[in-house]
Design a protein around this ligand. Structure first.
Ligand code: RP5
Length: 163
């Protein structure tokens, strides 16, 4: 049974990440999964990061989605502070188009995993769907909503391309 308490925490390194990370929040809303969003930078607000992530499990969060660009340390630093699953979303950057962030995020040392998704909007949307898949393992209502979401998505794909 899904209540109102946030199950997914969406954190991002900067306000500038929000237009991308809003796709994760919107997708969680579509799946009716309670979530909260915070701007937390591994480099600019390290104490905020420590406080939020260390308390995340006790506060009822089940999954953390972390979006970051450039050095993109946020998901890895978060994963170091909590046993919760951390899903990383690399931002599309101006210098290397997000290649810098995705390489940084997926190159985690053995023992501290980050589930790294695609760069940008696709990764943000998929982080929410993957969070739903994780939650669906133990929440029958979310499992049903995820099944509906996927089946509606299939129905929305036209069979023949049109001009
Ligand atoms: C990272 O640096 C943030 O996640 C963001 O993607 C990038 C640039 O941040 P701003 O300079 O736009 O605040 O930490």
């Amino acid at each position: 049974m899904t209540g109102n308490k946030p199950l997914v925490g969406i954190i991002m390194g900067s306000q500038s990440d929000w237009p991308t990370m809003k796709n994760a929040a919107d997708t969680l809303e579509q799946l009716d999964i309670p979530n909260e969003a915070r701007v937390i930078s591994a480099h600019r607000t390290p104490h905020r990061l420590t406080e939020y992530v260390s308390e995340a499990r006790d506060n009822g969060l089940k999954v953390i989605i972390a979006g970051a660009g450039m050095a993109a340390a946020l998901p890895g630093a978060a994963a170091a502070l909590t046993p919760l699953p951390v899903l990383g979303v690399p931002m599309e950057g101006k210098v290397m188009g997000g290649l810098d962030a995705i390489l940084s995020m997926c190159q985690m040392p053995a023992g501290i995993p980050v589930g790294t998704l695609a760069v940008g909007r696709s990764g943000a949307i998929n982080s929410a769907i993957l969070a739903a898949s994780i939650l669906a393992l133990t929440d029958h209502d979310i499992a049903k909503r995820l099944d509906n979401f996927r089946s509606n998505q299939s129905d929305a794909v036209i069979e023949k391309p049109k001009d």
